[in-house]
Design a protein around this ligand. Structure first.
Ligand SMILES: Nc1ncnc2c1ncn2[C@@H]1O[C@H](COP(=O)(O)OP(=O)(O)OP(=O)(O)O)[C@@H](O)[C@H]1O
Ligand SMILES: [Mg+2]
Length: 374
């Protein structure tokens, strides 16, 4: 997959930009607050229909403007495609693929698969479970749009169930429950929850195998990584699996009622990381935790290649300087055939030298100029 070119209009600090990219390596250099991450964000938007940092899409529209536009020419499965996204200042979006309106995010998802690596990702092991869940949710959704659909269904019902549980708790301490309604919700949550856990288990196994191999290479065989999906649910992959989940949700109802929200389900699950059998969250050094984060990103690239038969696009936002030279080199070598976008305030000259055959761009106040091909 390749991003051939991009047009930005009133997107963040870009008033008007038209840029052709290098098919292999794009190094984007600029001082702070010039627009490096904004460009990465625009590419990411093309893949996911949402930003990785803006809570509300309205933030993406240039201050004082009515709307923003991001139009991207991409090539995937050997076909040229155009994704055109208009964002209004009220946050509403309109997405077209080759001029035709796209109504559901799932139709966008695997047109272009991107792997984003930013300094935030280096904290994934230490961060809250929520971060790790959104990581797997995003990755599986990109490669398995059907997953995105079940996830959406699950979240909808979960929201309704939580609202009901909350409304059952009266201010005088008394409670009144609509058991029939809760049965319906739990049954629907068991349907989609079962699918979610199945997808996540399968993905975690792939992730663990690939990331362990990478970690093994980086550490010269000293560090054995294992990743496990930890669920609070009684889960078995079998035709009865869904029934078992449903009855567990029902047995858990008292606890849900006491708490006033759904206390059990994939929305409470987590990923666990072990190095040489020890929990990396508790015992891993900062360096080891960073190496795991790097291994995860590189594993994502391998998994995308396996599942889609194509290399994804890699976006490295300001992350090279966070890695030591050995890890930078390792990364650069692992990604030979991937189209790459790297941003940096001060790129390391040695690493740039190893990224042979790329184009250097300079960003200044929402303008980008091509500096050189090298
Ligand atoms: N909606 C918006 N309209 C106009 N300008 C915006 C908008 N949102 C952000 N900006 C501007 O974009 C700039 C930040 O851009 P960006 O985050 O891409 O910087 P950067 O080059 O990645 O910097 P750093 O090296 O610090 O990460 C800031 O000057 C900010 O004021
Ligand atoms: Mg930035």
């Amino acid at each position: 997959m390749k991003i051939n070119s991009i047009i930005l209009e009133n997107f963040r600090n870009y008033r008007s930009l038209e840029l052709d990219f290098d098919a292999d390596r794009n190094i984007i250099v600029g001082e702070n607050a010039q627009g490096k991450t904004n460009l990465i964000e625009a590419i990411y938007l093309t893949a996911f229909a949402r930003s990785f940092r803006a809570v509300n899409s309205a933030e993406l529209v240039m201050f004082g403007k009515d709307s923003a536009r991001v139009s991207t020419d991409i090539k995937s499965e050997d076909i040229d495609k155009n994704i055109n996204i208009i964002i209004r200042s009220d946050g509403k979006k309109m997405i077209k693929k080759d001029g035709k309106l796209i109504r559901r995010t799932t139709e966008l998802l695997n047109n272009v698969v991107v792997v984003l690596f930013s300094p935030d990702d280096l904290r994934i092991i230490k961060d809250s479970p929520d971060r790790r869940r959104s990581f797997i949710n995003r990755e599986i959704s990109q490669m398995r749009p059907a997953y995105y659909e079940v996830l959406r269904r699950y979240s909808d019902v979960l929201r309704q169930k939580n609202a009901l549980l909350k409304s059952c708790m009266h201010s005088d301490g008394s409670r009144q429950y609509n058991d029939e309604m809760l049965d319906i919700f739990d049954s629907q949550l068991a349907d989609s929850g079962y699918e979610i856990i199945r997808f996540r288990r399968e993905f975690t196994e792939m992730l663990s195998a690939e990331a362990a191999d990478i970690m093994n290479n980086i550490s010269g065989g000293r560090e054995k990584l294992l990743i496990e999906y930890r669920t609070g649910c009684d889960f078995i992959t079998s035709p009865e699996g869904r029934e078992i989940l449903y009855s567990q949700f029902r047995h858990n109802r008292d606890r849900d009622m006491r708490n006033g929200y759904a206390t059990l389900g994939p929305h409470r699950d987590d990923l666990e990381f072990y190095i040489n059998g020890k929990d990396a969250k508790k015992y891993g050094s900062q360096g080891q935790q960073r190496t795991i984060a790097l291994s995860l990103k590189l594993a994502e690239i391998r998994i995308a290649r396996l599942l889609l038969d194509e290399s994804p696009v890699l976006l490295l936002d300001d992350v090279l300087s966070e890695l030591d030279l050995d890890r930078q080199r390792f990364l650069v070598n692992e990604i030979e055939d991937v189209q790459l976008f790297i941003t940096s305030a001060e790129p390391n000259a040695e690493v740039i030298k190893e990224l042979r055959g790329g184009t250097l761009f300079r960003v200044e106040e929402g303008n980008i100029t091509r500096v050189s091909k090298y």
